[in-house]
Design a binder for this molecule. Structure first.
Ligand SMILES: NC(=O)c1ccc[n+]([C@@H]2O[C@H](COP(=O)([O-])OP(=O)(O)OC[C@H]3O[C@@H](n4cnc5c(N)ncnc54)[C@H](OP(=O)(O)O)[C@@H]3O)[C@@H](O)[C@H]2O)c1
Length: 286
């Protein structure tokens, strides 16, 4: 089995490559320097030259707030770009892993979203990721469509890094406490991806670490784990306006993942602990 991973320099792509490597699975990572997702012929040429059995498509336009002011670019990368990857995968008969998001849902109610729930994205990024989902679902049969949420990994900016930094600089921070979801460590998501790709258990799965919490609660966990004295003051979303609308309910059910034998996912506290240890080790090593 040979695996091509897009978004190799991003949070998830990096860990997928590391996990594939650890398992001795031949793989190749690509990023914008190799090809731009929006350049269909370039994507196809690259894929046809490497001839992967599986493509793990982690690359995406992920700047959620910026997307509100450049919706065309976001749609081109996440929608058309994914269509280019789908066509390239079909041309070599490769399986595809597409990473999607809780933002394809409306965020209403308090029930966890299931794989069958209706789409209703409320921001430009969510709509563009849905366009990617539709490209995958309408043209492919051999795909794993994984919806995840609140991702943190070693290679890139994320909420944990930001809170850790702010916690060192300030005595108090205000954090939203009415958006609820599951933070997800890229190492844990990468393991699931690597367990899935040799199988034929295709379909849509929700994959996030176990446990739902608000951003404020997650921030408290980060402060506690890092032994920082910074006080986390919970505020409603209305007091923290952002260009992109964010769903209040990002709870996702991972029941299907568990029933298929790919779960359960580690708890958020455990994932956070391992991540902060890895971050500290990386900083020690310079
Ligand atoms: N981050 C989250 O909280 C979250 C939540 C749910 C789902 N997801 C999904 O999970 C996946 C991985 O997210 P992540 O946080 O690992 O993303 P990330 O760290 O932002 O990495 C995305 C990668 O895609 C590359 N890329 C962007 N535009 C490209 C283009 N036109 N052509 C080729 N490469 C391009 C980026 O390169 P540059 O850096 O050079 O632009 C970057 O290396 C994405 O599909 C994302 O939509 C993320």
């Amino acid at each position: 089995m040979k695996v091509l991973v897009t978004g190799a320099k991003g949070q998830l792509g990096w860990d997928v490559l590391r996990e594939l490597d650890r398992r001795g699975i031949p793989c190749r990572g690509t990023d914008v320097e190799d090809f731009d997702l929006t350049d269909g012929p370039a994507v196809k040429d690259f894929v046809r030259e490497y001839m992967p059995d599986v493509i793990v498509h982690c690359a995406a336009y992920t700047a959620v707030d910026k997307a509100e002011s450049e919706p065309e670019i976001c749609a081109r990368v996440n929608g058309d770009g994914t269509m280019n990857v789908v066509r390239a995968a079909l041309s070599v008969g490769a399986k595809l892993v597409y990473i999607s998001t809780d933002y394809v849902f409306s965020g209403e109610g308090e029930e966890p979203w299931t794989e069958e729930d209706p789409y209703q994205p409320k921001n430009v990024y969510g709509l563009s990721k849905l366009q990617g989902e539709i490209a995958v679902r309408s043209l492919m049969k051999r795909y794993f469509l994984l919806r995840t949420s609140w991702v943190f990994g070693l290679h890139g900016r994320n909420f944990v890094r930001t809170m850790r930094q702010l916690g060192r600089e300030r005595n108090e921070i205000r954090v939203v406490d009415d958006q609820v979801g599951s933070p997800t460590y890229t190492v844990d998501l990468a393991r699931v991806i690597c367990n899935m790709i040799p199988t034929e258990k295709y379909g849509i799965y929700h994959v996030c670490n176990s446990g739902w919490m608000s951003w404020a609660h997650f921030a408290e966990l980060i402060m506690a784990e890092e032994m920082l004295r910074c006080k986390v003051s919970p505020v409603p979303t209305s007091e923290y306006p952002t260009p992109a609308h964010r769903p209040l309910n990002s709870r996702m059910s991972t029941r299907k993942l568990n029933e298929a034998g790919f779960g359960p996912m580690p708890g958020v506290e455990d994932a956070l602990h391992r991540y902060l240890q890895e971050l500290a080790a990386e900083q020690r090593e310079g």
